[in-house]
Design a protein. Structure first.
Length: 92
């Protein structure tokens, strides 16, 4: 059993819980963590999380897209617009 500190903010140890036992879910979890960090203005943590997600699965397009947009210094709201548009088109 892995013991980690509770999630207390974007600088927590949460990304380390995406360990080999959750390997299949690591890219989505790390991408979610990166997106949340970015939304809260913690771009260094977001960069690390997106990099870890794309390193774990280079074909995971959401992580690749968000990582690229972050590195291009695109505002987070602009990067998120594509997901809002897709959700609206799908009726969500």
């Amino acid at each position: 059993m892995t013991t980690t500190r509770p999630l207390t903010g974007c600088g927590s140890t949460w990304p380390r819980t995406a360990s080999p036992r959750t390997e299949d879910f690591s890219p989505p979890l790390l991408t979610l963590y990166g997106g949340t960090s970015w939304l809260h203005g913690d771009t260094p943590t977001a960069r690390v999380a997106f990099h870890a997600a794309t390193s774990a699965d280079p074909t995971y397009k959401m992580a690749g897209y968000l990582h690229m947009r972050l590195l291009q210094q695109v505002p987070v709201e602009e990067a998120a617009a594509i997901f809002r548009q897709a959700a609206a088109e799908a009726g969500y």
